[in-house]
Design a protein around this ligand. Structure first.
Ligand SMILES: [Fe+2]
Ligand SMILES: [Fe+2]
Length: 348
């Protein structure tokens, strides 16, 4: 519910009005953007209520004609640039920010800024701006190629997702041989400059055929990963079922390790185990000496934490609505070499 954000109108009334103004398809898109924006806000620590409201109303001016945009711009005292006059498709964002305030009484500057920049981006985008931009670009009803890739990235790194979305958009505009808004170029250059995103841009394509030889479900895959982790005496192994509450993956497997070497040992065991089943790893974050290793198998994401990092990120609390899946029996075969290693890990 968005009652905290709204004083003049209820969420229900906004939805009714949007449905009338935008038609069924655009209204469904708005609801989808609302949901994913809320999820992204939760993950990245932004205000969920604001992200949700921004997502819901971001296209509130989409029904207007170019002529109506020009008239509205005049009324609101907005000076349109030559690119904005040529590319009238982007005007619903600029005008939408004003209209959201007029129609729904929304006066939160973070929300209005996100609405205004959701088509072109802008220099110095806030986290809320980026969340809305990415949510709009990559919500699950988007059918174009590349949307799923942006969506996956968005749950891990909002800057990487932003960069990917902006580059896809620039590519599209180049192919159409049409104008590119200077803000779009500015935001791309800025993200390249301020982050190490370029260095991390590896292996972004999920494998087309993820499970080559065997057909196993996402839940079985999560249980195999948990089993492998338990075989290396991982602490406090938990499987969370995220189906129905998150769109970026189906299961989390969360495990703890006593030291970075122990963590690495657990990661190796999981990688080996899933390799036996011909399941390819899509993406990995963290390596030796990190307190958090993430193994992304698309439908299943494994998080390996040292104790402090686990307490800090507290994924179990963040996803408290998720159902906990029963763990497989620990299969620990006696292995002298492993027992020696474990002794070393525990001493670290
Ligand atoms: Fe839009
Ligand atoms: Fe949109």
């Amino acid at each position: 519910m968005l009652t905290k954000m709204l004083s003049k109108i209820t969420e229900c009334e906004i939805k009714k009005k949007l449905k009338e103004m935008l038609g069924d398809e655009r209204y469904k898109h708005s609801l989808s953007v609302q949901q994913i924006a809320r999820e992204l806000a939760k993950i990245h620590g932004a205000d969920e209520e604001k992200a949700s409201l921004a997502g819901l109303v971001h296209d509130c001016a989409k029904w207007m004609s170019p002529f109506q945009f020009f008239r509205a711009a005049k009324r609101y005292g907005i000076q349109l640039s030559p690119t904005e006059r040529k590319q009238t498709g982007i005007l619903h964002a600029i005008i939408g920010g004003e209209l959201a305030a007029d129609l729904f009484g929304i006066n939160d500057p973070e929300i209005l800024s996100a609405i205004k920049s959701h088509t072109t981006g802008r220099s110095k985008m806030s986290l809320m701006d980026k969340i809305l931009y990415v949510a709009d670009y990559a919500e699950p009803l988007r059918e174009y190629e590349g949307a799923a890739r942006v969506r996956k990235l968005a749950y891990k790194d909002i800057d990487l997702a932003m960069l990917e979305a902006i580059e896809q958009k620039i590519q599209h505009l180049l192919e159409k041989k049409t104008w590119i808004h200077p803000n779009t170029i500015a935001v791309r250059n800025e993200i390249l400059r301020i982050s190490n995103a370029e260095c991390q841009r590896v292996s972004r394509e999920p494998p087309v055929e993820r499970r080559n030889n065997v057909d196993i479900s996402a839940q079985q895959l999560a249980q195999l990963a948990a089993e492998a982790a338990l075989s290396r005496k991982a602490n406090n192994v938990v499987i969370l079922d995220l189906r129905g509450i998150a769109s970026f993956t189906d299961f989390f497997v969360i495990c703890g390790g006593n030291s970075d070497t122990h963590l690495q040992g657990i990661a190796d065991a999981i990688l080996e185990k899933l390799e036996e089943y011909a399941v390819e790893l899509w993406h990995r974050e963290g390596s030796r000496h990190d307190s958090w290793i993430l193994l992304d198998y698309v439908d299943v994401v494994v998080h390996l934490f040292l104790r402090e990092a686990r307490e800090f990120y507290n994924l179990e609390r963040l996803w408290a609505d998720a159902h906990k899946v029963e763990l497989p029996e620990a299969i620990i075969e006696y292995d002298e070499e492993f027992d020696e290693l474990l002794g070393e890990w525990e001493e670290e």
